[in-house]
Ligand binder design. Structure first.
Ligand code: P6P
Length: 344
């Protein structure tokens, strides 16, 4: 019987808070100028507001769709819209970014300065509430964000090229998982750190310093219901995981919420796959605000992320909402999956 680790409030009060961590590590960030710190702080605030609504969604009539569809043609859940509005409003009001792109917005948003033209340097791409189809069944959902420096002149309206940058140009990326506890996990290119929210006082504490993907693992996460639609290489890799020779102890775990599956696999070891299928020939996940940020985090934690052959972070984007096949997790597992795909 696992001894349930006591939630020691004293421990938490000695654990570093997110705010202290940001200040202590600010100089590590080559463009620090405090702007990125303020950006992470505004995401922290928006996440607390969304967390509050997600946690009470079952009580308040905020469930169910508002009848409108987003550009993905997916029915928008009310909380999707709430999360999208909350993050956009928080990032806009604090005059920290010059542009935002969101899964829930058809095109990118140019943030004009409240007084003069916007002198800020960063653009944010966000999936405000990933896995939202799980909301009504009380399964964890998440927010994913990706941050770049703009490439067009500061002080001018942002352009699409500010958002269509390869993932290897990201300056920061992270996710919030609204699970049994709410965690903010992010990187600025110096490793990955996880912070757990104490909802009683609204403070995030450094609970998972220097997170690392185990080099190998025995958890594979894929929607087996699509098996007949996968190409032969993917089928062969899944059958490799299921075979019982060499008593490989693989187990299948698929929550249907990328952030939750990724987070579990990063802690325990594992691979998440969303391959191309007949209905989604380019896979289902979006390159800019799902695959790139998760790939940046995975690599910073010693893991790997590809589309089955090309490193996700090296893919040159062509459009804001483009999709790519996604294989991400423990390096040895992604290598093995790529071997099967290469044989095909
Ligand atoms: P399927 C949620 O919609 C999402 O983008 C990811 O969070 C999740 O892993 C995947 O899609 C689930 O898709 O087709 O398996 O239901």
């Amino acid at each position: 019987m696992h001894k349930i680790q006591e939630h020691n409030i004293f421990m938490e009060s000695t654990n570093q808070t997110l705010g202290e961590f940001i200040i202590e590590n600010q100089e590590e960030f080559q463009y620090s100028s405090g702007e990125l710190s303020r950006l992470i702080n505004s995401i922290r605030l928006a996440a607390k507001v969304v967390n509050h609504e997600v946690n009470k969604a079952g009580l308040v009539d905020i469930l169910g769709s508002i009848g409108s569809d987003n550009i993905q043609g997916e029915e928008q859940q009310k909380l999707d819209v709430f999360a999208n509005d909350t993050f956009i409003r928080t990032l806009t009001n604090r005059e920290i970014v010059c542009g935002i792109a969101s899964e829930e917005e058809d095109s990118f948003i140019n943030i004009k300065g409240l007084k003069k033209e916007n002198e800020n340097k960063y653009v944010v791409l966000i999936d405000p509430l990933d896995g939202s189809s799980n909301i009504d069944v009380n399964v964890s959902v998440g927010t994913i964000f990706s941050i770049y420096r703009r490439v067009t002149p500061i002080g001018t309206p942002v352009k699409e090229e500010d958002f269509l940058q390869p993932g290897n140009k990201q300056v920061a990326a992270g996710y919030i998982v609204y699970g049994t506890s709410t965690m903010l996990v992010y990187t600025t290119g110096h490793g990955v750190n996880g912070f757990t929210l104490n909802p009683a006082i609204g403070t995030y504490y450094l609970s998972h310093p220097n997170m690392k993907f185990p080099e190998d693992g025995y958890i594979y996460s894929v929607n087996q219901g699509n098996f007949s639609q996968f190409n032969e290489g993917v089928k062969k890799y899944i059958q490799y995981c299921q075979a019982d020779e060499d008593n490989r102890p693989y187990t299948a775990r698929y929550i249907g919420s990328l952030v939750s599956d990724f987070h579990r696999n990063m802690i325990k070891g594992g691979i998440y796959m969303y391959p191309s299928t007949k209905s989604n020939p380019n896979g289902k996940l979006r390159l800019l605000y799902e695959c790139n940020p998760m790939a940046f985090i995975a690599e910073q934690a010693g893991g790997k992320a590809s589309d089955g052959k090309t490193r996700i972070l090296d893919i040159d984007p062509t459009e804001l909402h483009q999709r790519v096949p996604f294989f991400c997790g423990s390096k040895k597992m992604v290598d093995k999956a790529e071997e099967f795909l290469k044989e095909e």
